[in-house]
Design a protein around this ligand. Structure first.
Ligand SMILES: Cc1cc2nc3c(=O)[nH]c(=O)nc-3n(C[C@H](O)[C@H](O)[C@H](O)COP(=O)(O)OP(=O)(O)OC[C@H]3O[C@@H](n4cnc5c(N)ncnc54)[C@H](O)[C@@H]3O)c2cc1C
Length: 307
């Protein structure tokens, strides 16, 4: 594959992928961004914590980003990548029902999938008044009656943390077993505990009203926080043999370089903790590393041609 159509194909056009595209486009690289249009924070009306963009809508940020990268000649492709395959020293990036794009390098910036417990009301209220990140949403629900739903070991910390935003926080362990020492810590922090399995979120007039337990009790709440199970959206990498850590996330270096030569992964696809601004920063750092990697190859090729 002497002359692939693209220097870099970026899979995923969220904050991470578009930031990488901006830097690579400005470096005069041939770049395509393939995006299926489902950014993780789409259910939220506002994006918080991005310096100079605090409160902007997630959709508006991406619209501005797409216009910026298009201005540097980056190709924006609407579609879903189903498979990334080795093709000589580069890759073939296969789109569902579409062509395969040839790429010298691939950057995966596909984000992650949030898997919520299967309880009525959770999926519908996600990003509205069922929330997970206090740094993203805590300020907006400060001083209101809040709940924390037990979904895993991290939920105890979640309850302790939430107390910082409201003095009316109820922890619902649901089916989670909570040790006596954790109970003591939660109570000492001023958080109430309501035991028993949760049946559903009570929603009226498009607003969360409370949490209903299996025994029929309803505890009035205006917002509930719950940690989802986070899963990288990287099924297209199956077959490339990318090394993963014990939790199933691609192993990368500080620039997003994976164990597969020529393959990078950044943003929530590799780091579940990345906020929008962090994901954007990771995309930018990966772009510079990718450009250096391409440069090395070009210099080697030029030296061989001369010699
Ligand atoms: C409800 C909610 C609210 C949030 N609020 C905030 C907030 O206020 N502030 C904040 O900093 N963070 C917030 N976050 C976190 C934020 O969503 C992430 O930090 C951010 O989206 C990560 O960016 P990313 O580019 O890695 O992934 P994403 O933004 O998820 O972008 C990934 C893109 O890849 C595309 N894609 C996926 N698979 C494929 C494929 N196979 N082929 C082609 N394209 C594909 C997707 O369609 C998507 O457009 C929130 C998260 C949630 C769930």
């Amino acid at each position: 594959m002497e002359q692939a159509a693209y220097d870099v194909v970026i899979v995923g056009g969220g904050a991470a992928g578009l930031s990488a595209a901006l830097v690579l486009g400005r470096a005069r690289r041939r770049v395509a961004v393939v995006d299926s249009g489902e950014p993780r924070n789409a259910p939220a009306a506002h994006m918080q914590g991005f310096l100079s963009r605090d409160g902007m809508s997630p959709a508006a940020l991406l619209e501005v980003g797409r216009a910026e990268v298009a201005g540097y000649g980056v190709h924006l492709v609407e579609g879903r990548v189903e498979q990334v395959e080795r093709d000589g020293s580069g890759f073939a990036v296969r789109l569902v029902g579409g062509p395969a794009l040839e790429a010298r390098r691939v950057l995966v910036a596909t984000g992650l999938r949030d898997e919520l417990p299967d309880l009525p009301g959770l999926r519908e209220r996600w990003g509205k008044d069922l929330l997970h990140c206090p740094y993203c949403h805590g300020h907006e629900v400060a001083d209101r009656p809040l709940g924390v739903l037990g979904t895993g070991p991290g939920s105890v910390h979640h309850a302790l943390l939430l107390r910082q935003w409201s003095d009316d926080v109820v922890f619902f362990p649901h089916t989670l077993e909570v040790s006596e020492s954790d109970r003591a810590r939660i109570l000492a922090r001023g958080v109430r505990i309501v035991d028993g399995p949760v049946k559903r979120l009570v929603v009226e007039d498009d607003r969360l009203r409370g949490v209903e337990l299996a025994d029929g009790r309803v505890v009035e709440r205006e917002a509930v926080f719950a940690f989802p199970r986070m899963v990288p959206r990287d099924g297209m990498l199956e077959g490339l043999g990318c090394a993963r850590n014990e939790d199933g996330w691609p192993v990368t270096d500080a620039t997003g370089r994976t164990s597969v030569p020529g393959l990078w992964a950044v943003g929530n696809a590799a780091d579940p903790r990345a906020q929008v601004i962090t994901a954007a920063g990771q995309g930018s750092a990966a772009a510079i590393a990718l450009n250096h990697d391409l440069l090395e190859e070009e210099v080697e090729r030029a030296v061989s041609a001369v010699g």
